[in-house]
Write a protein that binds this ligand. Sequence first.
Ligand SMILES: Cc1ncc(COP(=O)(O)O)c(C=O)c1O
Length: 364
Amino acid sequence: MSRPAKALIDLDALRHNVALANGLSPHSGTMAIVKANAYGHGAVAVARAIEEMVPAFGVACLEEALELREAGIAKPVCLMEGAFCPDEIAVAAEHDCWLSVVNREQLQALVAARLSRPVKAWLWVDSGMHRLGIRPEEIVDSHAALNASSNVADGIVLATHFACADELHNDFTRQQLSRLQAGMAGLPEQPKVPLSLANSAALLAWPECRADWNRPGIMLYGSSPFPQSHPEADKLQPVMTLVSSVIALRDVPVGESVGYAARWRAARPSRIATVAIGYGDGYPVHAPDGTPVLVKGQRCPLVGRVSMDMITVDVTQLSEVTLGDEVVLWGRGLSVNEVADSAGTISYELLTRMPRRVPRIYSA
Ligand SMILES: Cc1ncc(COP(=O)(O)O)c(C=O)c1O
């Protein structure tokens, strides 16, 4: 393959991040979130690399779970939005998936299903995100209904999701926790109902949210959920490094423009490198002039609009640049958060929308 645009996936860094997640909450189970193709990193390769380190995986839909099963991943896989239609319930049970219950309709469908074996259920509570989940006042009845069903295995997990855990001074996380706890009054004391609360941000920064199951996603891939430095998040290692190389070089005189819409114009005699990466490779089309790009390890500014297959970078400051020199768009040496920030988006989006045409190259 000769096109130089590639996503280098560092599986050692992935394992380092998983170990960090496990270490933060050593008495919990880590459900590694591998939905959206493991945030663009390749779900099968990621799951294989960490299967020995985590007791379960979390995905968004049955198709994502079956992809893991077809690849031989045997650990439980939780469908975090539940079954999208009743037919999926039996398929999920057959493949030893854990099934979320996010509303009364899903609960009724699960209880009414004809299953060859019971499934493990996760009952989701809407504690303030107002996206999915039953109301806190419905916890006791819903739990009892699931508990009484022969379709449901022992150990129903009660789960909720935080809206603002990445905001370290926002009290809403504690409010969500209190609402959940209020709704839990009246649940059987024994056996204790297992809880799952924390995404990456909560796991890293809200110790009171570490529970029986944590559900880290973005941190496993080495991107901090926080805009600011954080003692634990700063230990994360980037897993994906998006690289390409210089495929053309030219001198652009003062006053000449570069790229579509002539967005950027040279204010000084400029050396411009054309790099084989574009929005067709997942590089953000809205990246403005000045977005950092590493050329031969040195930060240089993007100049001109991002094309489908190419970007242009001002390398005037570099003493020597030649065709074929390596360029890093994000990853090792340049955080994906910084690039996302510059382009007005978030690392989650940049990582998850990495298209298929960018080959993933796995190391270790
Ligand atoms: C229900 C649920 N749990 C956990 C996660 C993982 O979140 P993060 O990637 O912020 O750790 C997500 C991600 O969207 C989610 O929807």
